[in-house]
Design a protein around this ligand. Structure first.
Ligand code: PEP
Ligand code: MG
Length: 845
């Protein structure tokens, strides 16, 4: 415990304002309670002994409580409060005559630094010294005796140390958060003065205090630490400084701030956040190529109320209920931010997650909580009003410092403030029809799949990963997308006109008319070139030596099917049926599935459609299915494993497929198969479903062509045994790569490992290709690798005879196939499989 401080004033506002200043200086280890004004709406100015007593009780500890008062009845009320308290508690209280503002600030810093009550009181009494000396007048006489007995003797003097700010960006939010966190578990109060500017002291435990110190690289800081862990605290801060305050080495920081670097840099979200000094360009990760201009539409969590959007408070306020509401909202916002940090950690790496964790600290910052609680206690505002005012007050402090970087951190504070306000006001996620440039915290695969490319120009998300399904879908839809921009994505405002460059990963937030015209021209030119290619795609793709290669489309929803036909696809090679199941609260029944698959078949006008059975689990959870909590969901109960566990769900889908296949050229494809036993089990369920349908007098295809996806190396290596059991083998290189390289596909930190051109992956594809020679089995590739026209020859050389790609890529892939001579391709494939690395393969290509 540290010394507690009670502020007694006739005015609740004065107590609160003085408390706010003290908190700003002393940070969150300060134990302070406010006893300002009286609970009388008509005449709120006055003092109340019971309030003072309650405040002292709240803070009472062996270390004692210092009471600072304004004048007149404030002193009388404080004395009366002592009479009301038990004698032992009253004996630990010092009523101090020091001036309320200067005394409080001086006392607060000392108390937060862990000083004993005598020292705290003495410091309070010296509160006018600095001002007096500055103005050249004599300071008041030395300290008077305390008006009540003291508690323990003062602690030993503070330890001190000097630290030179090492990192290029100085005390921005993340280093400041790291300092607060480093001190977290230690019994030490540390204050910081920037001796270069004279700013401070601030508590090293206050995020806002540290940030507003504005310490820049090279500034010399004087640290003062007290408490039993004072030495350890200084050591921890020294170690943090030696580690560049946890920032990347400065060459990386400056590289990231260079606009020329952004198009070629590796996916590193930590650096992506750093060019914050150029607020007209936000950088993230390129997720779907193309450049577009459009008007921002906020979606999902981006639709948060403004800090000024506060409804009138109720006529009578219950301070306790309002405090509880704020506490609940803070806890809810903390849960959301924690979840977002965890997701970012998985999808975009530790640097991005750390940014969000720094925001979590804001939810605990006394500079916000103290004034908000004081306003509620004084029944001046409800939770929303009090919180909003506190946030705006601190924002104003940020504004006072003319520094681009701090302005950006203020944006973080604003975002957190709005997040809490949204909970308080019960603002729900948006249900608006998406159009323009969608700006969201993140988009789920289901939400992305439902975007209409005719309405949506681009996508910008705060989190997300270029290899996640949502990004693949954006590519498939031809919508330029930039993901993992960080929380600043959410500072874009509804109605802003922005340029989204999904090829380089940049969002231009203030394009001028010339730039907008340039982007529109660029887009129109790209459209014209594509149209020429599309018209040629209507015919078959035949290699130069006469082999017909099916180029089909990967589709999710019925709307994609129309697009596939429009682009000249020879059918659907992968119908990701799970998109019919995602983002709803119960599974589609058999009839709904029949209707949906039928509409897709009809859109393809008689061309074959490969229906992949439900592939959920991994990064595609289904809320209404009781999926087990697993440490490694991608290695868990996913896809066919779930189908065989939840037979009712699976059988409904098999029945729907059999009914549609009775009328249309539908084929079945089972994902994530590892063993022949799984193939047998699915076939058994299929036979049972067929028999049941026929017994019910319903149509059921007599022969439903049956295939499995090759996504697990174990199956590829057994391809020779699998071939006789199936009609179709479709190689899912997205998963095959992740399982071969043991690198999770949504984790950009592992992007270099997730390379389908690794010779190990190529050999597995080659294994399947050779096993199928001489059999009536189609070997397809439906992973993303198939959509790269420059890889068509390699895949055909490995024995692949069908490529299934996003609809938008069909024309370019057909064009590439037409340039291939199979004999050359086979030679190329043999050489690629013999390479030692993906780099060598690329060099060969
Ligand atoms: C694959 O894994 O390559 C594949 C096509 O399936 P999905 O991407 O849907 O997992
Ligand atoms: Mg897969």
């Amino acid at each position: 415990m540290t010394v507690g401080i009670v502020v007694v004033s006739h005015s609740a506002a004065l107590a609160s304002a003085a408390g706010e200043l003290a908190r700003e200086m002393a940070g969150d280890s300060l134990r302070m309670a406010l006893a300002g004004g009286v609970d009388d709406d008509e005449a709120p100015l006055g003092t109340d002994a019971v309030k003072v007593m309650t405040a002292i009780q709240e803070l009472d500890s062996e270390d004692g409580v210092l009471v600072l008062m304004d004048l007149g009845s404030a002193v009388l009320s404080a004395e009366m409060a002592l009479d009301l308290l038990p004698a032992d508690m009253a004996a630990r209280v010092v009523l101090c005559e020091a001036p309320i503002v200067e005394g409080l600030i001086a006392a607060a810093v000392q108390a937060a630094a862990g000083a004993g009550i005598e020292e705290v009181a003495a410091e309070a009494r010296r509160g006018l010294d600095a001002k007096a000396s500055h103005l050249g007048v004599e300071p008041p006489e030395g300290p008077a005796q305390p008006s009540a007995p003291l508690g323990e003797a003062a602690e030993e003097g503070a330890l001190s140390a000097e630290l030179t700010v090492p990192n290029a960006l100085g005390f921005h939010a993340r280093p400041a958060a790291r300092i607060v966190e480093a001190l977290g578990p230690l019994d030490a109060a540390v204050t910081v003065i920037d001796t270069t500017t004279g700013r401070g002291p601030v508590s090293a435990r206050s995020l806002n205090g540290l940030i507003t110190l504005g310490a820049e690289q090279g500034h010399v800081l004087a640290l003062s630490a007290t408490g039993s862990d004072a030495a350890a605290a200084l050591e921890a801060l020294g170690a943090l400084a030696a580690d560049n305050l946890g920032d990347p080495p400065d060459d990386r920081v400056s590289a990231a701030a260079d606009p020329a670097e952004t198009s070629s840099r590796a996916p590193d979200v930590d650096t992506a956040e750093d060019p914050s000094r150029r607020p007209d360009v936000l950088t993230g990760l390129p997720a779907a190529p193309g450049v577009a201009v459009g008007v921002v539409q906020l979606q999902g969590a981006a639709v948060l109320p403004d800090l000024d959007d506060i409804p009138e408070p109720p006529a009578s306020l219950d301070p306790i209920a309002e405090r509880e509401r704020l506490d609940h909202a803070l806890a809810t916002a903390a849960e959301r931010l924690t979840a977002a940090a965890e997701q970012l950690q998985r999808q975009a790496g530790a640097g991005a997650a750390e940014m969000v964790r720094a925001q979590l600290l804001l939810l605990e910052d006394p500079a916000l909580l103290e004034p908000a609680r004081a306003a509620m206690d004084a029944a001046e505002a409800d939770a929303a009003g009090a919180w909003s005012a506190a946030v705006q007050e601190v924002l104003a402090t940020y504004d006072e410092v003319d520094d681009d970087y701090l302005a950006e951190r203020a944006a973080d504070l604003r975002a957190v403030g709005r997040e809490v306000l949204a909970v308080l006001l019960g603002v729900e996620r948006s249900t608006r029809t998406p159009h323009g440039v969608i700006v969201a915290e993140d988009l789920s695969p289901g939400e992305t799949a439902r975007l209409d490319p005719a309405q949506v120009d681009g996508i910008v998300t705060a989190v997300g990963s270029p290899t996640a399904h949502a990004a693949l879908l954006a590519r498939a839809l031809g919508i330029p997308a930039v993901v993992a921009v960080g929380p600043r994505a959410l500072t874009l405002e509804e109605g802003d006109e922005v340029v989204v460059d999904g090829t380089s990963g940049r969002v231009e937030t203030a394009p001028d008319a010339t730039r907008i015209a340039e982007v529109r021209d660029q887009r129109a030119e790209a459209e014209r070139a594509r149209e020429v290619q599309r018209l040629a795609a209507a015919g078959p793709a035949v290699t130069r030596d006469g082999t017909v290669i099916e180029v089909r489309a990967n589709v999710g929803l019925p709307a994609d099917a129309a697009r596939a036909a429009h682009e000249g696809a020879d059918g659907v090679g992968l119908l990701r049926s799970e998109f019919l199941f995602l983002d709803r609260d119960r599974a589609p029944d058999e009839d709904e599935q029949v209707a949906s698959y039928t509409s897709i078949c009809e859109a393809l006008g008689g061309r074959p459609v490969v229906l992949r059975t439900l592939d959920v689990g991994g990064d595609k959870p289904l809320p209404y299915i009781d999926l087990p909590v697993e440490a490694n969901p991608f290695l868990g109960t996913r896809a066919v494993r779930l189908g065989l566990r939840d037979e009712a769900l699976f059988t409904t889908q098999l029945r729907a497929a059999l009914r549609v296949a009775a009328e249309h050229p539908l084929q079945l494809l089972v994902p994530m198969v590892a063993t022949l036993a799984e193939i047998e089990a699915v076939k058994r369920l299929l036979d049972e479903a067929r028999a049941a349908l026929l017994a019910e007098g319903k149509p059921a295809a007599e022969h439903l062509p049956f295939g499995v996806m090759v996504e697990i190396p174990a199956l590829a290596l057994k391809a020779a045994h699998v071939v006789p059991a199936v009609d179709l083998l479709s190689i899912g290189t997205n998963d095959l790569t992740q399982y071969t390289m043991a690198a999770e596909r949504g984790n950009p930190a592992l992007a270099a490992l997730l390379d389908p051109l690794d010779p190990a992956v190529l050999r597995l594809i080659g294994e399947v290709g050779s096993a199928a020679v001489g059999h009536e089995v189609t070997v397809a590739v439906c992973g993303e690798v198939a959509s790269d026209p420059s890889l068509a020859a390699l895949l055909l050389g490995l024995g692949v005879r069908e490529l299934s790609v996003p609809p938008i890529d069909v024309p370019a892939v057909k064009e590439a196939v037409r340039a291939v001579r199979l004999a050359d391709a086979e030679e190329l494939a043999a050489r690629a499989m013999a390479c030692a690395s993906a780099v060598e393969v690329r060099a060969l290509l």
